[in-house]
Design a binder for this molecule. Structure first.
Ligand code: FRU
Length: 502
């Protein structure tokens, strides 16, 4: 299979695991408030759910090295999606293969029958990837399996009847995302099947029936479709369904990215409202993002903050890589079209330290927001004229990351050409752009920066861009520049405290 041969071929022989663990805060490039594994390799978020006051994050993990390898499900828990504690590995490879991406549901009605003595079962649904089948050039080596937990995610039992969905001969057949469809009282599995999505349904999570296919001739097809998610959202009292589909490669700014479709879902098939290709995040570092199960009317997404184009080459030593901030998804219309919005969950504010709110800030060529921080901040600019301006994150080495708005092209951009160490992959040091979706001549934006990442949320989340970078020292100086005098309505700057990541 092209994708995985590629991943294995570019193994980077450095940064092997070091026994023990230095304090995260003292380790180069270790984020302070984004989840990263204590050591070694991580990619997609998996099986995220909320139950009994605990958020669970599982993740694609190779615990032996800092490059991709036989996949396990790593595990972390949190009371708030911000302060994470890494738990023992949840799922190990088995006779059916590696444990690839998937989801988890809280089976409240015990439809699976796995529940005992009133214990609510949590059921994980994942892809088994059989490396021997891949080696033998078979086409059916990815299948779907389930495991259940009766102690809220601490221990897992694999179902004896695995796999629950056999492979009909499709090489890329993976990443099941399962949700409960209340009107028909059944489970829906959204599965990435090479160049399209296939929906399955089940009443007990064990026996699955194919319902329909979507997308063979719609959307971006520059790479394989992976890690889908089907979401039900409300827009002004009306139900709207979103179908997220990650694609690698083929994203507009290079490498991996997540497109999405809006439309209707009737329990059998997804019908898109239009043929527009929309992108969840036009930075290069939010991939394979899916939502938590069982969060009531909150729709919360986390993505892998990297890109297959260079993920295995980034210059971190003990670990690779981190997750994005959890984001609340919503809907908003702009220019007669509907789009998803992304904004950091309100729990992020728990990390705000010293905050400053200024009204009517005049930028006369340049304005220094701070010149002594540690590069951890949450900066909000409201009521900014839609004229050229940029925000520079810099350090004493002359390294600089620039986030800005360009009026002529009506685009937001992130320029990481001079952001520090960019030489580990030829495509890394580039400028990324995103067409501004909101109309109007006033801009609102929010920038959340951690040690190695910046997340831009513009116009109340209509535009999102996430980029990582590797400066030689933290970006301590934040400056706003504009060619003409620019008056910013409100400027709010908060230093962020490190999270308790254990
Ligand atoms: C996406 C992906 C998934 C797969 C997993 C393997 O990044 O390729 O499709 O399940 O990674 O680690």
């Amino acid at each position: 299979m092209r994708l995985f041969c590629f991943k294995q071929a570019i193994i980077v022989i450095c940064g092997m695991a070091v026994a023990g663990c230095s304090h995260p805060a003292t380790e180069a490039h270790r984020p302070a408030f984004h989840f990263s594994p204590r050591s070694n390799w991580m990619n997609d978020p998996n099986g995220m759910y909320y139950h009994d006051g605990v958020y669970h994050l599982f993740f694609q993990h190779y615990p032996e090295a800092t490059h991709w390898g036989p996949m396990h499900w790593g595990h972390a828990t949190s009371p708030d999606m911000i302060n994470w504690k890494e738990e023992p590995i949840a799922l190990y490879p088995d006779s059916l293969g590696y444990i690839f991406s998937g989801s988890a549901v809280v089976d409240i009605h015990n439809t699976s029958g796995f529940g005992k003595d009133g214990q609510v079962p949590v059921v994980a649904v994942y892809t088994n990837h059989d490396p021997a089948g891949e080696q033998d050039k078979r086409t059916d080596y990815q299948t779907q399996s389930i495991a259940y937990s009766l102690d809220n995610g601490k221990s897992w039992t694999k179902y004896a009847g695995n796999p629950v969905v056999k492979n009909p001969g499709i090489v890329d057949f993976r990443d099941p995302k399962v949700m409960w469809y209340e009107p028909l009282k059944k489970w829906i599995m959204t599965l990435a099947t090479k160049d399209r999505i296939t929906f399955y349904s089940s009443s007990d999570l064990k026996e699955w029936h194919k319902e329909s296919e979507f997308g063979e001739t719609l959307g971006a097809h520059g790479g394989v479709w992976e890690c889908p998610d089907l979401l039900r959202l409300d827009h002004e009292g009306k139900e709207v369904w979103a179908l997220l589909v990650s694609i690698n490669p083929g994203a507009p700014n290079g490498g991996s990215g997540t497109q999405y479709f809006l439309g209707e879902f009737d329990g059998h098939a997804f019908s898109p409202a239009d043929t527009l290709v929309r992108w969840l995040d036009l930075g290069t570092d939010n991939y394979a993002g899916v939502t938590f199960s069982n969060t009531g009317n909150r729709t919360i997404l986390m993505g892998w903050m990297s890109n297959w184009q260079y993920a295995q080459a980034v210059p971190t030593e003990k670990f690779r890589s981190a997750m994005t901030l959890p984001r609340e998804l919503g809907l908003k219309s702009a220019g007669n079209r509907l789009y998803l919005t992304s904004t950091p969950v309100k729990e992020v504010e728990g990390l705000s330290g010293r905050a400053e709110v200024l009204n009517k800030v005049t930028v006369d060529k340049s304005y220094t927001v701070t010149s002594g921080g540690r590069g951890l901040f949450d900066l909000e600019l409201r009521d900014v004229p839609a004229e050229n301006f940029s925000i520079s994150l810099g350090n004493s080495k002359g390294e600089e990351l620039i986030v800005g708005y360009d009026k002529a092209s009506n685009r937001y951009y992130i320029d990481r050409t001079r952001s520090g160490n960019t030489g580990f992959e030829p495509g890394f040091g580039k400028v990324h752009t995103a067409p501004r979706l909101a109309g109007g001549n006033r801009i609102n934006l929010r920038l959340v920066a951690d040690v190695t990442s910046v997340e831009l949320f513009a116009d109340d989340g209509l535009n999102a861009m996430t980029d990582i970078f590797f400066p030689g020292e933290p970006y301590s100086k934040i400056t706003i520049t504009a060619p003409d005098i620019l008056v910013i309505g409100v400027l709010k700057f908060s230093e962020m405290k490190p999270a308790r990541l254990r």
